[in-house]
Design a protein around this ligand. Structure first.
Ligand code: SF4
Ligand code: SF4
Length: 180
């Protein structure tokens, strides 16, 4: 069994009921990630986007997650207060099916990096700029299994080779890979 170690998990809690659609989060996120920093702002470059339906007073902030090449075969359909939203509207992924969370010039995927900075920001900037408290920052500690070090794996292999002989192990590996 590997050692346990502590990892800090950072999350932003979204209370969509408190969001008023002001888009300050989009403005500050895109400004923070501009080169040079704060030199421009363009919500199309933001890593948080607010899905808006002003007539119904529905605003849902969504953060950019990982890039995926999958273009899902099954998609979600959301109905909120009787309004049907676009398929994929609340998905966090940058994906080939839509233009959201892509750098407008290069098409490269955008992903929230929790405003990584040196020195670190006290809180992510979108949280600091959200005056309605729709966004709140939370940190929690989680225990995770330490990954098996490369060195330990090598020792493991050596022990196996000592016990069964290297030829036998190579033979078994060759037979296993032929099954595919
Ligand atoms: S800054 Fe806050 S209230 Fe304004 S759009 Fe973003 S999440 Fe909503
Ligand atoms: S945490 Fe930072 S990078 Fe992530 S969406 Fe908010 S402002 Fe953008």
């Amino acid at each position: 069994m590997g050692e346990k170690k502590t990892k800090i998990v950072k999350t932003i809690k979204i209370d969509a009921d408190l969001c008023n659609g002001c888009r300050a989060c989009e403005v500050i996120c895109s400004a923070f990630h501009a080169t040079p920093k704060y030199s421009s702002n363009n919500p199309a470059r933001s890593r948080i986007r607010v899905i808006r339906d002003p007539l119904r007073d529905v605003y849902v902030p969504v953060y950019a997650g990982e890039y995926t090449a999958s273009e899902c075969m099954g998609r979600d359909k959301y109905v909120i207060d009787g309004k049907e939203y676009d398929e994929c509207a609340f998905c966090r992924a940058s994906c080939p099916s839509r233009d959201l969370f892509k750098e407008p010039d290069s098409g490269l995927p955008l992903k929230c990096d929790m405003c990584e900075d040196d020195p670190p920001q006290e809180e992510p900037l979108c949280v600091q700029w959200c005056i309605t408290d729709a966004l709140t920052y939370e940190e929690r500690e989680e225990e995770v299994e330490e990954e098996v070090e490369q060195e330990e794996m090598e020792i493991g292999l050596e022990a196996l080779a000592d016990k069964f002989g290297l030829d036998k192990i190579m033979d078994t590996v060759a037979r296993m890979s032929m099954k595919d």
